[in-house]
Design a protein around this ligand. Sequence first.
Ligand code: GH3
Ligand code: MG
Ligand code: MG
Length: 245
Amino acid sequence: MQEATQAIVIGAEEDPTQVRSLIVVPIRLGKEIKGVISAQSYRPNAYREEDRESLEMLATQTAIALENNSLFSKVQEMAMTDSLTNIFNRRRFFELADAEFERSHRYQHPLSIIMMDIDHFKRVNDSHGHAVGDIVLKQVAAICKSSLRTVDIFARYGGEEFVVMLPETNAEEASYTAERMRSLVARTPISLGDKSIQVTLSFGVVELDESCKNIEELLDRSDQALYASKHNGRNRVSIWQKKTE
Ligand code: GH3
Ligand code: MG
Ligand code: MG
């Protein structure tokens, strides 16, 4: 049996807490070293070849566990985000928004929704192609995100439709946010290399009130306000109003 290299003692020889043997093995993931596992002993020449093998086996298992963990996080993130725009997908929106709705509803805190849809997006696809349409979707999402707070829940709701839930925000404040996004998108040309195009968005804003029982109803109201913006000429913000019976 081959003996491991002798320990070199650094420090006072008589110190009983002096480490006299040390074994270190790398935790390798492919070509990368993610860390090390080490063992120490107060005894000189405590480790042998089989100890190194055991530690290497442990390092391999640790590397696999680390890899699985990072893959799991990646899969989890993929399940939450829209791959084109990198914002939350519809499923994740409902998970987060449901909880926020319940909280605001119970404690009667202000809560608003902004629903938005790109105007005449079909024309963008028809005139420039689907790939350009995808670039526009990405850019629009990035521009809008830059106008929002980190607490706002921003998601791709459907094809060219986006939604924002704004906690602790009333309709007036939400309409300012929507207006900021509207004007920013309308005046930001989207570069396509040799040319650039401009798009506009229509917005529908609604604030939670006591007559609104669930999130579906709130979203439906934001959709009605969005429809009013489309109906009245697009590239505008409309706030949902309770119709007088
Ligand atoms: P409006 O102003 O009334 O909203 O008109 P519009 O043309 O935007 O509305 P419409 O709903 O008729 O068209 C939406 C288009 O969005 C149709 C669809 O092909 C396109 N679309 C949906 N998802 C994607 C996508 O992921 N990428 C691209 N490039 N286009 C998409
Ligand atoms: Mg549209
Ligand atoms: Mg649409």
